[in-house]
Design a binder for this molecule. Structure first.
Ligand SMILES: *Cc1c(COP(=O)(O)O)cnc(C)c1O
Length: 244
């Protein structure tokens, strides 16, 4: 037996407590399971006890686990770096939301493919709130411009923003990243751009979900605290130079 079910209950308690402490309705905050490197068997354990939202970072992993998870009800998001040449593949696997859209050229290709397949997709715009060169995401100063451009693609529906934030063991160092995401959300709302929703703020992970909830997260993405330590460093998934 794994510890997944007990880990999950600890996470759900942490989310609930953070909501109560910040006078937020726990129904406003969704738990997303970050399942990179986790086998379909373990993911199933979490789905069987009522979790419904999962996300992968690599198309290859979506593909590998797709058949095994097909017969169990869930929603899949994509939280990895989106490459143009993977768009066709990603649309095969019922991904309802791409949380990591950060470039206009990719958005353009996505729109073309969606038109061709007569499909629509939700996206979040990923913002690089930490200023770390290696991280993906549009620069905060360019966010509104990107949102404006993507809003013109009728098959792509923007639902909000996503950020990874500073990688730090201290939650307090991540807080300015979360605050910045919230601030950009407010600026975009004030622009009143047609065809743009800003209700989702995807931020916070295993180590800092309380801080993220305090700063307004509506989706927290948790991997390690549920499934255990991964063998690969996150840089394998997060850094441009490491993408194979
Ligand atoms: C892996 C990952 C997470 C989860 O991180 P943990 O520290 O394992 O909880 C969240 N967001 C993204 C984009 C990830 O790649």
């Amino acid at each position: 037996m794994s510890n997944i079910v007990s880990n999950l209950s600890i996470i759900l308690q942490r989310i609930e407590k953070a909501c109560i402490d910040n006078k937020r309705d726990p129904a406003e905050v969704k738990l997303l399971l970050a399942t990179k490197t986790v086998s379909a068997e373990y993911i199933k354990e979490a789905l069987q006890v009522g979790q419904t939202l999962i996300a992968e970072n690599k198309v290859q992993e979506i593909k590998e686990k797709y058949e095994s998870l097909r017969d169990i009800r869930h929603t899949s998001h994509f939280i990895g770096h989106l490459q143009s040449n993977k768009i066709k593949d990603i649309l095969k696997y019922d991904i309802s939301c791409i949380q990591s859209l950060d470039r206009l050229d990719v958005a353009k290709k996505l729109q073309q493919r969606l038109e061709y397949e007569k499909k629509k997709i939700d996206v979040l715009i990923q913002i690089n709130t930490s200023g770390e060169q290696s991280k993906f995401g549009v620069h905060p100063d360019k966010a509104i411009e990107l949102v404006r451009s993507v809003s013109e693609f009728s098959n792509i529906q923007i639902q909000g923003l996503m950020t990874i934030g500073l990688f730090s063991a201290e939650a307090e160092k991540v807080r300015p990243c979360f605050r910045l995401l919230k601030q950009i959300q407010q600026e975009i709302i004030a622009e009143g751009i047609p065809n743009v929703n800003m209700h989702e703020l995807s931020m916070g992970m295993s180590g800092d979900l309380e801080t993220a909830i305090e700063e307004g997260a509506t989706i927290v993405r948790v991997g390690t605290a549920i499934f255990g330590q991964r063998i690969y460093a996150d840089s394998y998934y997060w850094n441009e130079s490491q993408i194979g």
